[in-house]
Design a protein around this ligand. Sequence first.
Ligand code: 3HC
Ligand code: NAI
Length: 698
Amino acid sequence: MSAGVNFEIRSGVALVCIDNPPVNALGAAIRQGILDAIDRADADAGIKAVVLCGRGRCFSGGADITEFGKPRKQPFLSELITRIESAKKPIIAAIHGTAVGGGCEISLGCHYRGGDRTAQYGLPEIKLGLLPGAGGTQRLPRLIGVEAALGVILSGDYVDATSALSQGFLDEIVDGDLVEGALAFAARIVAEGAAPRRTRDIEIDPADTKSIFADARAKTAKRWRGLIAPERCIDTVAASLTAPLADGLALERKNFDELVQSVQSKAQRHLFFAERQAHRVPGVAKETPTIPIRKAAVIGCGTMGRGIAINFANAGIPVTVLEQDKAALEKGLNATRETYAGSVKRGSLAAADMEARLALITGTTEYGALADADIVIEAVFEDMTVKKQVFAALDRVCKPGAILATNTSSLDIDEIATATKRPESVVGTHFFSPANVMRLMENVRGAKTSPEVLATVMQLSKTIGKVGVVVGVCDGFVGNRMLYAYRSQAEFLLEEGALPWQVDKVIYEFGFPMGPFAMGDLAGLDVGYMVRQHRRKTKPTNDRYSSLIADRIVERGRHGQKTGKGWYLYPDGGRTPVPDPEIEKLIQGISDEMGIRRRPIGDQEILERCMYTLINEGAKILGEGIAARPGDIDLVWVHGYGYPIGRGGPMFHADTIGVGTVFEAMKKLHEQHGEMLRPAPLLEELAKSGKSFQDLSS
Ligand code: 3HC
Ligand code: NAI
């Protein structure tokens, strides 16, 4: 049979198996293979039914994403699915692992769907800036109802076998061998004389759907702010209520074609591949063995420590938490329970699951309790002396080969490693706050960190549902180093004439969840103040001084939301920032003090100065080898700082606007503001050779 699709006949049933590792993506050859198989089965009078399954890890991961943006090749997926649906013989999809995107849509064209306990279905196209483009928007609402279908399409999340059965997506869950079960199912329906049951023939009752759509639009506007695809998904699903299938499919195709060309979808597809490419770490061979993580430990049960512990417990890994004394331990464990209780209250976690997860978290004040941990993550105060004491203690008690990780956000991993006799086991695992929510893990490679340790922490990132990125040692690593450059620029703008709410509005409208000043208030301004006092001792003399305003604000006792005021006012204990005339006065006073004549600053200038600085710092980081590729930086910013996904991250955004444009703007900024804004050598090199950041990845 055709390459990538196997065909055999078993007792009058055609078993058609997609065999295209690693995820049975539905490239042109596979689509042709399935089409040939269906034609053959329909033409063969001896064949009474067809079972369609996937070989390897899943049924199918959907359309081949690498084909997007290239000329479309026949047979088109949508037409193949129409052909499957129109087949004369009953076709049963036998699903194991994921049936997602086009894989899910193929199963919707089949007449019956069975799955084993590992089966999951979903339409993740929204996460690629797309909509389901092969009938998903038309058939899923017919099969499981409009509300449930919108839920699946607008979240992009995968639905497990049990829920799929109760929704009516799966007809049966097979315990035991899936293919045998599906063949038996086929034999049964053949014996019953059942005809093909076509999803397209299911009628939808359009009554009472008005509020469902209104609700979906409201939620979408909030969750996917600024993105086009979600709106298009809703519009297209709406067509399934009123239009015949063919018209609905035509609209779906039109909208899909438009989206696939959009910058947003290109950006989201870039992030999809960047996430996977990040696992190819230079110097760490693919076959590098990983250390099994069966038991974990966390030192410090403060803000970060408990979030990290929750990550382990959520993944079913027992974790021991060590605090400096019983009181701190009790406080930390109580706060951990409260975090879980919050999830139960919001309905995102069952009470029984909370107890099961809490049972995996054990508290201690004794280092001896860490002797059998496979990984220990330190999250104590950001102080080199304290960290070194902790690592020396870990070196004494931890078993050979255990990973000794630090969550430091800025300190030198190599210096921390000197407190041990096993620097090869020391690594940074930099989580972002709140650690149980934010998806980024900057895994910091020390000079002596072994490949096994790096491979293991990258694997661990995946196990606990994080996006792992390997970065090198420097002040602030990738994320915070870039944040520092961007924030400084935002503060220069205040000195020159802008106000915090103007800067924040521009950044919010660009797509960030909030601007740098509102973000500072949320995180707390006192920590940054302390870091600046320390940094000032080593600050290069030719660097323009900034942060005078930020310092004064903290010195007035304004530490952000927690004190009810910071850059903004937060009246009545609220979280909504309110502009404060006192801050305006303070800023104006400082401009006068600095001898700066304030001028009106336009939104475009704010945007360019903030975003180009971010890009420039990213280019320096790439040039220094602190990040291996532009996509790694993009992942850090999207998953650690809320950079808008539809723009693909700072480096992808640079390519969108043109590296040359950024370079010219940086040259001017450098002339105006000094050394800190000198264009990165790599930016200059790319601009002069007409290349893009993307060219560095290929
Ligand atoms: N097309 C092309 N390549 C794909 C792919 C796809 N749909 N899905 C996964 N891959 C590749 C990955 O890039 C990766 O390649 P690499 O090894 O060279 O880095 C490899 O397959 C393995 O992927 P994962 O590391 O993600 O493997 P997992 O086993 O962890 O997960 C999966 C498997 C659950 C299928 C996961 O890959 C996934 O969720 N994929 C996304 C699926 C998706 O978005 N599908 C929708 C496609 S768009 C579509 O179908 C449009 C249609 O509506 C017309
Ligand atoms: P925190 O102050 O909330 O918690 C630190 C905890 O460590 C406290 O509970 C303290 O009792 C405990 N501790 C201190 N010394 C100890 C010791 N010798 N042994 C055992 N426990 C000890 O601090 P937070 O915010 O959780 O930060 C921890 C680390 O994470 C720091 O290195 C920080 O830079 C880093 N980090 C913090 C982020 C944040 O947003 N808070 C983000 C990313 C990293």
